[in-house]
Write a protein that binds this ligand. Structure first.
Ligand SMILES: [Zn+2]
Length: 142
């Protein structure tokens, strides 16, 4: 999560909402990182999770990220939750809850929806206060 927080800082430096993500391989080594790049790239889908998943798939040479864990500072949105299910990651670890748009336990629980064919394990609240305060201070800055 510390690594994801460092990524989130990079997003903020570019004027993007500070969200960072890391994909860990089956043995726990970091495969790829990502941070929100919507403002930097003008791409509405450039969320930290999507970018990290794409890079991890490139690193592994396959789209199926079985055995991998995605760590992200903020609870994934519906798009990212969908991407996590599609990528077949084993585990999703997140810091701050997103009561307004979260899709991993807050507003929705897409990743654990029994109607879907893949349901990653979810671990929430890791370094929650740090992850949340990064966002709060970003939105407070004029
Ligand atoms: Zn997202």
């Amino acid at each position: 999560m510390r690594r994801a927080l460092t990524e989130a800082d990079l997003a903020a430096l570019a004027g993007d909402v500070p969200v960072g993500a890391v994909v860990l391989g089956p043995d726990g080594t970091p495969l790829a990182t990502g941070h929100n790049e919507r403002e930097a790239t003008g791409d509405p889908t450039a969320h930290a999770e999507v970018l990290a998943l794409r890079r991890a798939a490139t690193t592994l040479g396959r789209w199926r990220l079985t055995g991998c864990t995605l760590v992200v500072t903020l609870e994934p949105c519906t798009m990212c939750a969908g991407a996590l299910v599609q990528s077949r990651v084993d585990r999703v670890v997140y810091g701050a809850r997103d009561e307004k748009a979260g899709a991993a336990g807050s507003l929705w629980d897409l990743v654990r929806d029994r109607r879907l064919n893949h349901r990653p394990e979810v671990i929430q609240g890791v370094l929650e206060d740090e992850c949340a305060s990064l966002l709060t201070s970003f939105f407070r800055t004029p």
